[in-house]
Ligand binder design. Structure first.
Ligand code: FEO
Length: 395
């Protein structure tokens, strides 16, 4: 149902309490999500974005219970991904001639998704749409944040930035606003969203934040397309993004591993002990990958200055969980992080060499040639692992 935000601006989205994963099975969403759509009812009626496809009928029916759909003068499609455009086909069947304002790349993505030749109106950064009562929507292209088609729209007069995915979180809430929810959950989800979706585009984001700041637009509300609307000190999330985009790290070392007969686990725990002994100030976290949520672990790597990766040798290779996670870390294009590898082996013993190569390929700086030991680590080998941990702590 429609919820009032400010003046003649309303939320008309969908809260998805049950969402467990996003992008197929690629991203976990422990707190569900929301698909925020907005209705502006000035002299002109404008719909900004829609909702994910499974909720298309619910969305269109709800909207039709609030307004005569034929009153919609303009649709703004900030992004073509189906979590925001998924209700367009059903809506456009009812109002087929309504102009859709979007970037040139969004025409491509929307046509590519739905194979419809709707009434597209291409906009670029700085283009304006007069919606009456002295108000305008100003468009800002946001290429690669996180798709080539992404853009934001700014409503003058009410000073609302409709930022689409940027500044969002997969966080289901009926409370609508940032000041009404658990702050710990909110920032955890905001960071997880950034770490897993936006990290590869940090350099682009940094430039875009500077560009938006240079426009000098007063921002009273940031209305994202996922999670809460930032109304209480909305620039706090912009400041967080500036921090996160700048090769973010905390004083943390994260150990990730998989194990077959607990030998590599024993090494992981002794390496953690060594790190802690050498530097009691550093936060050390240890994750057995198949027993952990990969996106939560990526968030921990995002926070880390160093990651230590372990796998035993199997079939002249490494365990597939570790290989998959190394691939995921490479996709994130982390910068300014160090790494080291470790693992047990029975006979051939290639795992550390393979991990070293994967870590270098993923952009990490190796701080040691790695530590490997044959068979199950005895007391001496466990002590060696502690010493290896001390070396890691010293960077
Ligand atoms: Fe929330 Fe990129 O879609």
């Amino acid at each position: 149902m429609k919820k009032h935000i400010k003046s003649n601006v309303f939320w008309v989205g969908k809260v998805d309490w049950e969402l467990e994963t996003f992008h197929g099975e690629e991203l976990t969403t422990h707190h569900g999500s929301t698909y925020n759509s907005y209705l502006i009812q000035e002299e002109k009626t404008v719909l900004i974005d829609t909702v994910w496809k499974p909720f298309a009928s619910e969305f269109v029916n709800n909207l039709a219970s609030e307004i005569d759909l034929k009153q919609i003068d303009y649709i703004v499609a900030n992004h073509g991904e189906i979590d925001h455009s998924g209700a367009l086909p059903e809506l456009m069947r009812l109002i087929p001639d309504t102009p859709i304002y979007c970037t040139a790349n969004a025409v491509k993505s929307l046509k590519g998704m739905y194979h419809e030749d709707w009434n597209f109106n291409v906009v670029k950064t700085g283009d304006k749409l007069d919606i009456g009562n002295g108000k305008e929507l100003v468009f800002v292209e946001m290429p690669m944040l996180h798709w080539p088609d992404s853009m934001a729209a700014y409503l003058t007069g009410d000073n609302i930035l409709f930022s689409n995915d940027a500044f969002g979180q997969h966080y289901a809430t009926e409370m609508l606003y940032n000041d009404l929810v658990d702050q710990c959950d909110l920032f955890q989800e905001a960071m997880k969203y950034y770490a897993n979706i936006l990290t590869p585009f940090s350099a682009v984001l940094k430039r875009k934040l500077q560009e938006i700041a240079s426009l000098g637009l007063p921002i009273e509300i940031i209305a994202t397309s996922h999670g809460v609307i930032w109304r209480d000190n909305p620039l706090q999330i912009v400041e967080k993004y500036a921090e996160w985009a700048d090769n973010y790290q905390e004083n943390q070392i994260t150990i990730v591993y998989d194990t077959m007969w607990n030998g590599t686990r024993t090494l992981a725990e002794n390496i953690a002990r060594g790190i802690q002994l050498a530097d009691p100030e550093v936060t050390v976290k240890v994750f057995n990958l198949p027993k952990s949520d990969q996106n939560d672990v990526i968030t921990e790597v995002f926070k880390s200055k160093t990651v230590v990766v372990g796998s035993p040798t199997i079939n002249n290779g490494i365990l597939h969980t570790v290989a998959g996670f190394a691939h995921l870390m490479k996709e994130m294009k982390f910068k300014n992080k160090k790494a080291a590898a470790f693992g047990c082996y029975g006979w051939s013993g290639e795992s550390v060499k393979i991990l070293n190569q994967l870590l270098q390929d993923a952009g990490f700086e190796l701080i040691d040639e790695g530590y490997r030991t044959q068979w199950n680590p005895d007391q001496d080998k466990q002590q060696e692992a502690v010493e290896f941990g001390k070396k890691i702590a010293q960077g």
